[in-house]
Design a protein around this ligand. Structure first.
Ligand code: GLN
Length: 247
């Protein structure tokens, strides 16, 4: 029986899962197993309530506009309060691409305003001409508990342009690629343990160091306290993703 268990809740894993974002879950599961840390994965779909105290990490992957529209109202109606409570007690709430858009205030899709859950002070607007921000991307991030800047590498593909409100902090600074809106140089959002990013890939297999940071943050332990793993393959995957982005 593991002494510690990482308890993850995947939100709408069937609808919000493009670019194989579920690979992120597999990455967490493996890195926990290799360290003798337990791993529990619960799915919460349309209509399912979530218990804010039962999970350490809530995960919302990317989705097509139509899938996001299906989930948005449900998120507001059945999960918003629980997710605010969870973030309030220090659980990680992470949104990727369509996920970051739904963590914000709203997503403007033409004449429609898709509601978000307001965990981060941002909003997203779909480009009127339908153009998308696509390609390999690398960002520089500075995260609590780590001893200096690091690089996150991934892939982005979004029609939405995300704008952070004044005072809201991005997850990172764009080194290559488009980021939140293709202009600001900002990528993602970081507000305490609420994290949003446009990086797919899936993100975690391309950035094992970040998987560990996320795991440690969700468990409430120092990232340096996790035992080292043989990361030769993971480091090669990271280098290859950076190379693809030109960094
Ligand atoms: N549907 C959203 C957009 O195009 C998010 C897409 C995604 O998750 N890749 O902006």
């Amino acid at each position: 029986m593991a002494e510690r268990t990482l308890r993850v809740c995947a939100l709408y894993p069937d609808l919000m899962n493009i670019y194989a974002d579920r690979g992120n879950m597999l990455m967490l599961e493996r890195r926990c197993a290799w360290r003798g840390i337990g791993f529990e994965l619960t799915a919460a779909g349309l209509g399912d309530p979530v218990d804010p105290d039962a999970h350490d990490l809530f995960y919302l992957g990317g989705g097509q506009d139509r899938d996001q529209q299906l989930c948005a109202q449900d998120l507001v109606d059945t999960k918003r309060d629980a997710l605010h409570a969870a973030a309030g007690r220090g659980a990680v709430v992470m949104g990727i691409c369509g996920g970051i858009q739904l963590l914000g205030d709203h997503y403007e899709l033409g004449t429609e305003r898709v509601p978000g859950i307001g965990l981060a002070d941002l909003h997203t607007v779909r480009a009127i001409d339908g153009s998308r921000l696509i390609g390999n991307v690398a960002i520089e991030v500075e995260l609590p508990g780590l001893d200096g800047p690091r690089v996150l590498a991934g892939f982005e593909n979004h029609g939405g342009r995300t704008y952070l409100a004044a005072g809201e902090v991005p997850l990172g600074r764009v080194l290559k690629g488009h980021g939140n809106d293709g202009r600001s140089g900002f990528e993602g959002v970081l507000r305490g343990t609420v994290i949003g990013t446009y990086l797919h890939g899936p993100l975690l297999p391309k950035n094992a160091w970040f998987a560990d940071w996320l795991m440690a943050t969700a468990l409430g332990v120092d990232p340096g306290s996790l035992s080292a793993l043989d990361d030769r393959l993971e480091d090669a995957a990271h280098q290859s993703a950076r190379h693809a982005a030109g960094v």
